[in-house]
Design a protein around this ligand. Structure first.
Ligand code: RIB
Length: 343
């Protein structure tokens, strides 16, 4: 079915293209009878305005896009809600894209967003390092703000949380409880947040002294399923080789670990302590309320959107800013002193 354009509407109403454009953009400038004829033609033909084309001509769009790593992770839901509140208060609309931690899928989204000439882009990139597709968007004058990540050589605005400190907080809490064999469950290690949390934990345990072992159990994803699988592997270990505590790179993993340990007959925290990361709402609501490293999720989203709109709406030179928030340890029932000595 042919798409009805503005020419068909003008022909049906017996007016010029300019009159149709005035009805769409400045309706008060058109005589009521003429405006009625044009609106009737639009209804009869089922004409739909092409906002992107209009914005292309106007050189602006009200649409802001955010590309998240994993739309099923409540962490990103909260980040999106923070960003959405700011964008909508400014009269815009937020479009959410999910990369699913897949660089190719992320690239397809960015190609579409470039064509649409969105007002700006918020993104948590899948990979670290140079990002040519983002550089192209920047070159085309589309503001980009990195979310939950530093901007590195892209040199754009960014908002993040100090994940190295977050890893330190989790590990220090377990060391101070007396744990001497701790497992770090997380992955892929290529995800910057995972690497930073592990690095912070390792540094804290080294500084704590006492020869505390931090055993890495790398996972293929930051998901409940991956956490459950890691727990099954830990349950299969002889007791003497089993860690007395587990620090997970995010809460979804920790919820999966909790489920897997429970299925495997191990109690939290009696047999094994458990710490998550993000402090999503499900952490407190878990069967054993999770100790977790809290991130200011909605504030991340709000701040990222504010930085983006400042850049998008400011003709004057915009100074890029890198905002880093501090995580906070939230202690709940899933951690306690170890009941047994490890080897
Ligand atoms: O996307 C993976 C993780 O990184 C999320 O759970 C959140 O912690 C983010 O920082």
């Amino acid at each position: 079915m042919a798409v009805t354009g503005i020419k068909e509407v003008a022909r049906r109403a017996g007016v010029s293209l300019g009159t149709v454009s005035n009805v769409l953009n400045r309706p008060d400038s058109v005589a009521p009878a003429t405006r009625r004829r044009v609106l009737d033609a639009i209804d009869e033909l089922g004409y739909v305005r092409n906002d992107s084309a209009r914005h292309l001509r106007a050189g602006s769009s009200r649409t802001v896009a955010i590309v998240v790593l994993d739309v099923s992770n409540p962490f990103f839901t909260d980040v999106v809600q923070g960003a959405e509140a700011v964008v909508e208060a400014a009269g815009g609309m937020l479009v959410v894209c999910n990369s699913g931690q897949d660089p190719a899928r992320e690239g397809r989204h960015l190609a579409t967003l470039e064509e649409q000439r969105v007002r700006g882009l918020l993104i948590t990139p899948v990979e670290n390092g140079r990002h040519e597709r983002l550089e192209r968007l920047v070159d085309r004058g589309i503001p980009v703000v990195l979310v939950d990540r530093g901007s590195g050589q892209l040199n754009r605005c960014s908002v993040a949380v100090d994940d190295v400190l977050g890893g330190r907080l989790a590990a220090t809490h377990l060391a101070e409880l007396g744990h001497r064999h701790i497992a770090f469950v997380g992955g892929p290690a290529s995800i910057a947040q995972v690497a930073d949390r592990h690095a912070g934990a390792a540094a804290a345990l080294t500084e704590h002294g006492g020869g505390i072992e931090l055993e890495v159990v790398e996972t293929k994803a930051l998901s409940v399923t991956a956490g459950r699988q890691a727990a099954e592997d830990i349950c299969a270990l002889p007791q003497a080789r089993r860690p007395t505590a587990i620090f997970c790179a995010n809460d979804l993993l920790a919820l999966g670990v909790l489920q897997g340990l429970t299925i495997g007959g191990l109690r939290v925290p009696e047999d094994i302590s458990l710490v998550g990361y993000d402090d999503i709402d499900f952490a407190a609501a878990a069967a054993v309320p999770l100790t977790s490293v809290g991130q200011p999720r909605e504030q991340l989203g709000r701040t990222a959107a504010q930085l983006l709109l400042e850049e998008a709406d400011t003709d004057a030179a915009h100074g890029h800013r890198h905002v880093v928030f501090q995580p906070q340890l939230v202690v709940r029932q899933s951690t306690a002193a170890p009941r047994r000595r490890t080897r």
